[in-house]
Design a protein around this ligand. Sequence first.
Ligand code: NDP
Length: 450
Amino acid sequence: MANFDYDLFVIGGGSGGVRASRISASFGAKVAIAEEYRMGGTCVIRGCVPKKLLVYASHYSEDIESAAGFGWQVDGARFDWQTLIANKDQEIARLEGLYRQTLENAGVTVYEARATVEDVHTVNVGGERVTAETILVATGGWPNMPDVPGIEHAITSNEAFHLEEFPKRVMVCGGGYIAVEFAGIFNGMGAEVTQVYRRDLVLRGFDEDLRKHAMAEMEKKGVKFVLNAVVERIDRETDGLHVKLNDGSTHVVDQIMFAIGRRPNTAGLGLEKAGVELAENGAVCVDSYSKSTVDSIYAVGDVTDRINLTPVAIKEGHAFALTKYKGMPTSPDHRYVPSAVFSQPPIGTVGYTEEEAVEELGTVDVYVSDFRPLKHTLGGGEERAFAKLVVNRANGHVVGAHMIGADAPEIIQGLAIAIKMGATKDQFDATVGIHPSSAEEFVQMAAKRT
Ligand code: NDP
């Protein structure tokens, strides 16, 4: 048998790569991992975690406003961006340290360098050739940027976490998760926010009712939408960035951020040379066990462009370890994956949208509730929440639950278990609600929407 330096060499220290390394090592594999930047990857360093901290920060403006209705006078409240960023950086550094510690404790060798694939069993890591029986690619994704004049003046979410000054006027381009979340963040912190989207309803792929509700709530909170438009050029002038759109309008802003999707990080990795098939967008093509078209090379997480979410990458990394080093072939389960958009208000969703259910399951029953959360009665906020269940009429199974409103992600996480287990609408109805809560709406939806 060939003698390799390692059983497993993982490229990329993000959620998927770290999980796969740690679990594989715990099953007895000799593991090394290479990370060229900071351990933790997109989610910990420049994604989910810092983003959610910023969402918390931005929501205080509303909380302070509604405090008066509950008898609190909060005078002279003032937001300081630099304090937030410094505190956020400290927390991210702490988390990064924990990731390193976890790997160390698991006996994984860490290379702080870029690794590329030389052949099916060899990587080049910082100039050193290292061999491994198996290579796992977990290099994640990177934001796309459009090819327009002046694009060097624009930022992506990567840079948004490190701005030295808080921008007073911001343009956010795109209509997906990141654009919607950052429009809310900047808006809550007091910036004037314009969101530019190339179609007429943001969050394509989500349930249509939810999308409409999300846009209406964001508009109420102050986000200005420019729809059916894209950026044509950006010029820096003395009074700010002049952004010209293809609808003929020009907007003057302090920052322009693009969130127009991400592409798998495979450029220059040497995968094609090793015989690994890549999709048109650069994603590593894998089978249901995350194996590429080369037997010794696997891939997990965003680089495979399956469902680009941290918890999915973690499941894929774990399933890989079980398959390879525990003798338990395990396919990551991509059905009924819940997700959240930390918009304001936030969205939680699991299962089929109404549109998907009609197309794939045929006849469905739909139940909705549009309500004003109790908190806003005294708080005075205009925010409304919306909850929806999609039921397969053929067997009564709830196949989709969607919510926009405070705590929606927390609520949907619990419902996702029931839905994944195949709960029926009758079983939802037989469940006693928690009163008063927004979650109880889901067990009290009596009338079908006609
Ligand atoms: P998304 O794929 O969610 O959205 C991309 C958006 O950009 C879409 O609205 C798309 O429009 C638009 N777009 C694409 N190309 C262009 C273009 N050339 N010009 C103008 N607009 C364009 O990407 P994001 O960048 O928002 O997020 C990337 C991924 O990160 C997501 O897929 C998600 O999986 C993950 N993520 C998850 C989060 C969470 O779980 N809360 C948070 C943040 C990110 P159209 O609709 O027309 O295609």
